[in-house]
Every structure is written in structure tokens, then in C-alpha cells.
Design a protein around this ligand. Sequence first.
Ligand code: C2E
Ligand code: MG
Ligand code: MG
Ligand code: MG
Length: 292
Amino acid sequence: YAESMGRNRYAVFTRAMEKAVVRRQVLESELHKALQESRFILRFQPQIADDDYKCIGAEALLRWSHPTEGIVSPTEFIPIAEQNHLIIPIGEWVLKQVCHQIKYWLETYGYSPFITVNLSAVQIRNSDLVHYIEKLLEQTQIPPHLLELEITETVLLHEGRASIEVLNQLRNLGLKLSIDDFGTGYSSLNYLKRLPLDKLKIDRSFVKDIPGDPDSETIINTIINMSHDMGLEVIAEGVETKEQLNYLLAEQCCLFQGFYFDPPLSLKQFETKYFDNLHHSVLFDNKVVSLK
Ligand code: C2E
Ligand code: MG
Ligand code: MG
Ligand code: MG
């Protein structure tokens, strides 16, 4: 019995693996076409500041609208795109969309929140990145501080001196830089001090267990205090409950992103909720939410 169970389980396991491998091959072979056929979409997830719960910024999050598979998650296709280097043109597409969107909002509403864009290590290693962004800023004439780049801690730890130089150049263009998923990568204070940074994003895995889990609370309090000491902004990602929000507020973290406020929104949803109410306000949880 045990043996047949074992064999069965093995069969189930290999079938599942086979399926995963096939899906990966299919996605990989179609990624190039997806780019040519403009099958990528951006969602915008608001970043909310505690005073009046203003939406002061938003993170641009990529989706692949696949003709038969539906919406494919970036956690599935970004690693593939990094391997075959399609992340370079895909990443350029994201940057271009975002800069033109900011330009459009400025022209149409006289105002734009800042927009954050995720960068992968492969993009930072590509020497054309700085030049590409410089050109985009020239073309669109948007204020550079409205564009913020998110880099994960692990990327920085493994990239070393060359990538720090790229970050310096990007910051010299006037862009903002933040460290994504902060707390998961073991970077030392000393190391952080050498980086040209504006903001730390507390990883969702710590926010998930507050209040209540002593380890997560300690880590969160340490990150918040450290940010204040270093003159950096700090934002908590993955805020899902009022209890989490209240805990963070009490610990002096005043910028939030998460399902408690908004999931990643379509462009239309984002504009309807925040821009069309620019001169009115949205009521959220008995508080007034506004853009300006
Ligand atoms: P990330 O940059 O850490 O983005 C945050 C992820 O957490 C997003 O997943 C978002 O939908 C999700 N999230 C936000 N609030 C909550 C919450 O309250 N609860 C929970 N459970 N989840 C929340 P998403 O959109 O699937 O993106 C996953 C990752 O894919 C991103 O993690 C980022 O690393 C990567 N990614 C997304 N867009 C791009 C892109 O344009 N370029 C690159 N290189 N990577 C991207
Ligand atoms: Mg991010
Ligand atoms: Mg993150
Ligand atoms: Mg994350």
C-alpha cells in the first residue's frame, strides 16, 4: 500500500512538474509576441499619506493580458523575461507608459501623483538604462521627482559597485529611489548609508503579522526608527486591516499601500476614484480622501 501510494504521489508530482514546465515554455515563446502586440497593461496601486489620507503616489504594476490564459501575474512572467532579457524592452515600455501618463495628468488636471516603477537587476546592469530615462524626461518634460524607482534589497547586495554608480546617475537626474521588500535582504546599516536613497518600503511579510507577533513588531519598529534617523521616508506595503494601519500610525509610519485602501487599480478606476474627485474629495472610512 505504502509503495503504491508513493508511486502515485510521484506520478502526481511529475505530472504537475510537467505542466509547469510546459506552461513556462509556452509563456516564454509568447512573451515576444506579447510585446509586439501591446498585450501588457499597467495597474496603479495608490500610496496613501496619513494626513487626510491623501493619495500622493501610486505604484505601477505590470500585467500580461494573455488571449487564452487571461491575466498573467508578473511573479510568473518577470523571471522568464529576466532570463531571456526581454525585461529590457518590457521595462522600457513600462517607463515610457508611466512618463507619458504623468505628462497627460499634468496637462489634463494640472496635477500628478508620483508614480513608482519596479526595476529588475537585469535592467540596472544594462548600461543604456540611464540614457533611456534621460531621453524620456527630455521628451515628456515631466518633473523628475514624480518618477520613483523601486529596487529590491537583494538586487543591491548582489550587484555591487557598478550598480551603485547607476543609482547615483539616476538620482542625479532627479528621480527618487526606494528599496522594495525591505527587511528581507539582510543589508547592513553601513551599507545602506552608502546608497543614494529616498525611501524604504517595509516588506508585506512583516506587516502581515502585526499587531501581535513580537518579531515582526520589532523588525517594523526598527525599520521605522532607522528611516527617521537616516532621513528617509518609509512606507508599509500590504496593509490590509485597520489594526495594521493603527499599529503603524502609532509607530510613526505615515505612508501606506495595500488592500485596506485599494488593490492595484485599472487606469480608469484610478482616474475615476482620485482624479475626477480632485476638487471634491472621496469619503473613505469616514475620512476625507483627496488628491490635492
Ligand atoms: P512588489 O513590487 O513588492 O509589489 C507589491 C505586490 O503586492 C503586488 O503584486 C501587489 O498587487 C501586492 N499587494 C499590494 N497590496 C497588497 C495587500 O494588501 N495584500 C497582499 N496580499 N498583496 C498586496 P503584483 O502586482 O502581483 O506584483 C508582484 C511583483 O512583481 C512585484 O512585487 C514586483 O516585484 C514585480 N513587478 C510588478 N510589476 C513590475 C514591473 O513593471 N517590472 C518589474 N521588474 N517587476 C514588476
Ligand atoms: Mg514594488
Ligand atoms: Mg514590494
Ligand atoms: Mg513584495
